[in-house]
Structure formats: structure tokens, C-alpha cells
Design a protein around this ligand. Sequence first.
Ligand SMILES: [Fe+2]
Length: 456
Amino acid sequence: MPSVTRNGSNGASNGQEDHGILTSCPSCPTPLKYSGSLDYLPYFEITPIIGREYPTVKVTDILKAPNAEQQIRDFAIIISERGVVFFRDQYDLNIADQKKFCDLVGTLSGRPEENGLHVHPIYRDPGNLTLPDGTTDENIYVINSEAQKKIYKTMGNRIATEPRDLAREWHSDSTFETVPSDFSFLKMEETPPHGGDTLWCSGYEIYDRISPSFRSYLETLTATCAQPVFKSAAQAGGYEVMSPRGSPLNVGDAFAPHHPVVRTNRVTGWKSIFAGAGLHVTRIDGLYSHEDQMIREYILRQVTRSHDCIARMKWTKNAAAVWNNSCVWHAATPDTHLVEGNRVGVRASSIGEVPYLDPKSTDFNDCKECCDADYTISRSQRGDGATRWLDEPTVHFGNIAPSNQLQISATERNRIQKEHEAICFEMEAAGILQEYPCVVVRGICDYADSHKNKGW
Ligand SMILES: [Fe+2]
């Protein structure tokens, strides 16, 4: 059986290894706890699974607040739990403050102190785009759809003969670095009337949708994330790639680190699929090529078949998104060539920690937050040979919340419970209630959280 490749230079700053994968993050050994400092801000969730928008927040106000550090740390936690957070109308946010906020969400959430903002490897390339004011900044990556169109016009072989596979757009930022990005902050300076949306997909939830036995196997794997294009571009342009790039470990021009397929998010302590799919993931280590292809296609298919795990941003001028690359993939929608109007964005990225998988880290189920283990009654405590005949059941009277889908989120369960004073959920009448008004009467025999399973 082929062996899994050792995790290269990643060993420099983390703890022990298991299957060649580091198992801890010394700079943030335990998950962080939200302090409540953002509770005064209105927000709405983009979907039950991923994304949150704070429609009134101005990042500049947060930076100026007397308890700015506490609030930014709480933002780092919310971003890491929800995957991505949207802000609107950041018209007064300049590049310096955007960089400052991006840097602070990293440092205040336990990023190794030697790391900083990412420097794009080919910042020296004369073909690079400038900022809207004509300047450049080594920590800011500029996107510009009009410039992109011109580049494509010079590339005759990009003329499509068949529809493009947009699944190829999914990626996590800077995965080609030994120490990839934790947080990215993209602000859209200019937007076309429509088009150019960005999507984010929850790696936590994709992990949770894989069977426990297959998850266990994936947790033993690493993947090579090779991006040779930077070295060849630098050679062709006659310049050196930038080095270091936001971390003392991000040096040189090899761009072929090995990252774990499943990683722990240092902020939440939850497991997420990481280097299992995406633009920069080029090979699952130690497998035969058809096995490598099969696993990467399988994970990518989980992403493209699970649109309930996806948050979509319809950009407006001066809108911004901040996300945690450890637990989400993102993908741009390349449809701006169909409309008049430019799409100009500026992105900063913080460099996080060397990816690791802590065997003690938990799934993205929220039960640990919402369920009190003190209420657990072990079956064995019912006495030897206990049956339901011998048990003394408790009868509860109250509202039953009929569900039209599996209810596997404890947070969502608690929200509905509060709003409707529901004492339980039931989905036996799913699909019938709308057609045939009826009352569900049934003994409750199941969970309404991520513990739900057939075996029970
Ligand atoms: Fe990206």
C-alpha cells in the first residue's frame, strides 16, 4: 500500500504528527469563545448553514470602537462559525483600514505571531493590475473584469467550444503556500448592474455529509497543492517571485505544499474538508491516480450537489465579504462578459497557521453548544434487561413543529422552539400537511439535531 507523504516543512511550527499530518496549533491550542460584544448589531443569516450579513455595520466604526479588539475577535469567531460574513456600503473604508481589519481578525483569533498579510507571489509582474487610484500594494490583490476581458481576447485558445465547467472555480485562497490564508477580505469597489456573484461553500457541512467510516479514511490523507504557474511566470518575466509571503515559511518558488484533506479550524475547533478539492489541489498523496481522481471528484461533487451549503453574494458597490479559508471554498461567477460595466475588487488575505488536524476536534454539529450533556440518561441506567414495559414514560403536552426536512441543526431547532414554543419536531407528515390539513399525533422517538441517525 502506498504511504502518505510527510507534511514537508510544515513541521516547523506545529505539534506532533499523525499520518504525516500535524495535530495541533501552538498559537491557538483551544477554540475561542464568543464574548457577546456584537450582540447590539442587527444581522441576518444568509442560509441556515452558511453566511451572515450585518447590513448596518461600518468596518471603520468597529476599528474606532473603544472595545475594537474585543469586537474584531468576536467577528473572527462569527466569520469562522458562519464561514463568511457580508457587509454593505463600506464607502469610507480605505485600503489601509481594510488591511488593518484583515490583519486584526487573524492576530486576535490566535494566528501565529510571526505571520502577517499575504504577499502575492508575482507582485513584481509588470502585467499586474493597479489599485483604482493607480498605485500598487504588495498585500492587495486586484480583480478587474474589464482588464480580464482584454487578457482573454489575446488568448485565442480560450474561445469556448463547449460550456465551461464552473466547478473548476472553487478554491480556498493561497492553498499553494506552506502556510495558507486563514481570513480573506474582499471589497467590491465597482460592480456591473448584475453578474459576477461570488459563492461560498461550507467545508464543515460537506465533512458532516460524508459517512463516518469514509471521513476516518479521509482524515489520514494529505494532498499536494501545486501551483507551478508562479515560477514559470516569474522566469518568463525575468523577475523573482516575492519571498517571504506573509510567513517565514512561505518562501522560495516551489509552491507544492502537502496539506491535510481534513483540517481543524483553529478558531472553532471544528473539522472541515480542506485539501480534498479545489483549484490548487493537484493530487491526493500516496494514492494511485484513479483513486486520487475518484476522491477529488467525489468531494467536488458533494460541493456542487449541495447548494444548501452555499451562500451567494450579489455584490453591490462598496459591499465587502470576509471569510475563513480554513472552512469554506469560494467561487466567482464568470458571467461579467455578458454585461456592460466593470467589476473591480480589492482583496487582502491574512496568513494563518500550518494546517493541522487535531484528533480531539469536533464535527460542525452545534450540539455541543446547545445540548446539555447533564440531561443525558444512559440506557444502562435503566437496569438490567430494561424494556419499555418497565420504563415509566413522561407525557409532554405542547406544540409539535412539523418539519418538511430533516432537522439536524441544534441552533435552528432552538430558534424555532423559542419562536413557536415548540416542544418537539416531527417530520412524518412532511409533504402531506400542505395538501391535507391534519394534526400529527405520534410518539417522539428521534433527535432533532446532528445526532439523528438510522441506527438509533
Ligand atoms: Fe479566491
